[in-house]
Each structure stands twice: as C-alpha cells, then as structure tokens.
Design a binder for this molecule. Structure first.
Ligand code: 5AD
Ligand code: SF4
Length: 442
C-alpha cells in the first residue's frame, strides 16, 4: 500500500528542486505526496539557510509535528542547508527526530527510510560527497505533468562572498558532466517538458574543475539543439564570470530566453570590496550595457543587500543610483543578516535594524515604480507566451510567461497548456500582465 509524504519547503529554487528530487526518489519507495501533514507517514522539512533565521523555523515546525509522531508514528526528517549546518545538534535537541539529511545526502533517503522502518534508529548524514553523486539526475517516472523543469548543472560555490553561507552548506563548486545533463534534458523533452531552467549557484562558472569539459555557453548551444525543448533559462549568474560568449549566446541561440538574473548586491565599490564580490559598479554597468547592446529587449533582474556592515548613507545612495541607472525589471532586495561562520559575521560595524528596514523600504519604493513602468511598456505589444496552466485569479483564465519571464493572464482553454501562443498585452500591472490571445496569428 502507498504511504504518504508531506514536504515543507522554505527558501530558494535550489531547495524547491531538492524537494522535487526527494519526491521522485520516494515514488520509487511507494510514497505519494500529500498536502496535509495530518495524513502523512513521513514528514520532511527542507530549509534553506541563506537568509532569515531558518533554524528557528525548523525548530518551530518540528514542534508542530511532535503530536503526529506520538499519535501516528510518522517518520520525521530535516533536510537542506539547515540540516547540513546543524547536523547532530538537531538530533540532540529534538528526541523524536528520526533523520537529518545534508545537502549532499538526498539520494540516501530511500535507504535510510528502509532502515528506520525495519529496525528503527536515528541517522545524521552530513558528509560532503567529493564524487558528486548528489548531482546525478533523478527523473520523474513516465510522462511529466508539467511544462517546465529545473535541471541542476552545478552546485556549490567557491566565491566565498563575505556575507554568504552557501559555500559552507552546499560545499565547493562542482559541475555535472555535460553528457549527463544533455541526456537528462533529452529525457525530459521526451516526457513533454518544453522549458528547462538550468540551476546552479553560479551557472556561468560551469565546467570549471572538470577536465576536458565544455564551458557554459557551449552547453547552452548543445541544449539549443535538443528537439522538443522550446525555451532555455538559467539562474544564477555571477557578474564576474559573465563572458562575452554568453552575452553573444543571447542573440545567437533561438531558444535562450531574453532574461538574465545578475545579482549586484551593492552599488558602492567600498562595500563590494568588503563583500569580496570581485567587480566594481563600473564593470557591472559595462556588462549591462553589453547585454543590452546585443539584445535590447533583455529583461534584467538582480539581488541586492541593504545594511551590510559598515554601509553608510552615501553607500546606500550609490546603490539607489545604480538602480535608477539600470532600470531593472525586478529586484529581490534583502536586509543583511548575519550568518554564523561567514567573514562578515566578524565585522563589528553592524548596521542597526531600524536603518536596514528604512533603507529596504526606500529601495523597494523606487523599484516598485520602475517595475510597474516596465510592465506598462508592454501594453500593445504581442508576446510569445508559453502556457503553463490555469490562472490563480480566475478559472476562466490561463497563465503563462513571456520569453522575458513576465507572467501573463488571458482567456483561454487548458488545451493550450504546453503551447507557445501569441498574446497581445492589454495591461501591465505591478506583478503581471493581462492579454488577449491573437487567434488569427499562426
Ligand atoms: N544576508 C542577506 N542577504 C543575503 N543573501 C545571501 N546571503 C545573505 C545574507 N547573509 C542574498 C544575496 C544572494 C541571495 C540569494 O540572497 O543577495 O544573491
Ligand atoms: Fe554566495 Fe557569493 Fe557564492 Fe553567490 S557567489 S552563492 S552570494 S558565495
């Protein structure tokens, strides 16, 4: 008989993808997903620790599930960056926790479950796997119900930006062999996937450390040849590694979508240096110029941090200047939060919480206007939209995305899911576009 698994995921796309991978693995052990923890035989909490206070979230989630352990004997596990970071401490503090699964240990999940079900026991798997087995593909069985899929091409990071926990919880940068990636994408295409989003902490460093391996832009060229795949996206890129070959790929490769997420983090050279980002604002702006010269319709999004230790009013104003200059399509903005063990955690000129909050609000206010203007500028344009499913706002509407990654809602039939259709944009809102399908266009 099938058992039920409930997975609670917090955090980044990499984490969401890991949850998806765990689900696929568990299907092989006859577990089906449930959205209701009350009926679960297995509860997994998969948490990213890049920003907020994720440990607290994990402990309070575990508190909520204690009763289910007592009443139903549910197996409980913690996965992801918090599991990696906290390791055996989690088992010590939570006596009813059965397993801790680090970022490199996902593939051990079925084995651990088998052991727990047969003989009980409590397990902590947080060793880093130098061989890179954790990167191997875990394909969905049979036909895939979705239109798009993430594909991990590399994981980990060697950059050690001074605020960032990723190198400590995801390990060193490791790329997957291109033959494996291409094979996974071919299989996904056969299962009906139309769009792939290549995932990695730093995708444009792809291939480093793999002898005789191709680089990122060549990988994109080869994916562009795969029949059935209609769109290619990727995230995230580091400005330092943005090569001319990649910039050129945006105009040369028909399937590569015109959107790049290029975090700049700060508009102050002084702060960028303290962050160990390895570029200046001028060189960031030059890269944006080169991208736009190649591909004027390119949508550009980024991450930015306010309140890094030592950030003064004038540094923050320089960040605002950069935002005004670039006119991003959207920004993900964060208040700096101290991560234990990182370089910046040692700095003593921490910015007051109140100032961080004020700066965040000012920045978000400016960006909100720009994002709206960018979306309004789409009014009257005809866009190719890949239909993904039913709109959340109305069951009369379907939803999809433009090549520039803008969400579009319009009237249409669910038969169109998985198809690229021309849509005339009638209205631009703060977070989405509204449109009408053009019926007489081919
Ligand atoms: N505090 C705030 N934001 C952070 N990020 C990473 N580490 C921190 C931190 N300690 C942000 C960066 C990064 C994104 C994934 O999260 O902007 O690009
Ligand atoms: Fe973190 Fe910097 Fe690596 Fe991005 S490049 S994952 S911010 S260390």
């Amino acid at each position: 008989m099938n058992k039920r698994v409930y997975i609670e995921t917090y955090g980044c796309q990499m984490n969401e993808h890991d949850s998806e991978r765990m689900l696929r693995l568990l299907e092989g052990s006859y577990y089906l997903e449930t959205r209701d923890p009350q009926e679960a035989d297995l509860i997994l909490i998969n948490t990213c620790s890049v920003r907020e206070k994720p440990e607290n979230k994990v402990y309070s989630a575990l508190g909520r599930y204690k009763r289910l352990k007592e009443e139903r004997g549910a197996v409980i596990g913690v996965a992801g960056c918090v599991a990696q970071q906290e390791g055996p401490r989690l088992l010590d503090r939570v006596p009813y926790l059965d397993m801790v699964i680090g970022t490199h240990a996902i593939s051990t999940l079925p084995d651990l479950l088998e052991k727990i079900e047969a003989k009980g026991g409590r397990f902590c798997k947080t060793e880093f796997d130098e061989k890179g087995n954790y990167l191997k593909s875990i394909l969905p069985p049979g036909s895939h119900p979705k239109v798009k899929s993430f594909v991990t091409i590399m994981q980990g990071c060697d950059h050690y930006c001074s605020y960032c926990i990723v190198p400590f919880v995801r390990g060193r940068e490791k790329s997957r062999p291109s033959a494996e990636i291409l094979e996974e994408i071919r299989c996904l295409a056969e299962r009906g996937i139309k769009e792939v989003c290549l995932l990695g902490q730093n995708v444009n460093g792809y291939g480093r450390g793999l002898e005789g391996e191709i680089g990122f832009s060549e990988l994109l060229c080869r994916i562009n040849e795969i029949e059935g795949i209609e769109r290619i996206r990727f995230t995230t890129s580091h400005p330092k590694d943005l090569s001319d070959a990649l910039i050129k790929a945006f105009s040369d490769l028909s399937k590569l979508c015109e959107h790049i997420h290029l975090p700049f983090q700060s508009g102050s050279d002084r702060i960028l240096e303290k962050m160990h980002r390895g570029y200046s604002t001028l060189s960031y702006l030059e890269r944006i110029e080169r991208l736009r010269a190649r591909c004027p319709e390119m949508a550009i999004t980024a991450d930015v941090i306010v309140g890094f230790p030592g950030e003064e009013e004038k540094d923050f104003n320089q960040t605002l200047d950069l935002i005004k200059k670039v006119q991003f399509d959207d920004l993900f903005s964060f208040k700096y939060s101290t991560r234990r063990g990182t370089g910046a955690a040692q700095l003593d000129d921490q910015v007051e919480e109140k100032i961080k909050q004020e700066r965040l609000e000012i920045l978000q206010g400016i960006q909100r206007e720009v994002t709206l203007q960018k979306n309004v500028a789409y009014e009257g344009r005809t866009e190719e939209v890949l239909v993904e499913g039913c709109s959340k706002q109305s069951d009369q509407d379907i939803t999809g995305r433009t090549r520039t990654n803008k969400s579009v809602n319009f009237k249409g039939d669910l038969q169109l899911v998985g198809k690229v259709v021309p849509v005339r944009i009638t209205k631009g809102f703060a977070h989405s576009l509204r449109g009408e399908r053009l019926l007489n266009a081919s």
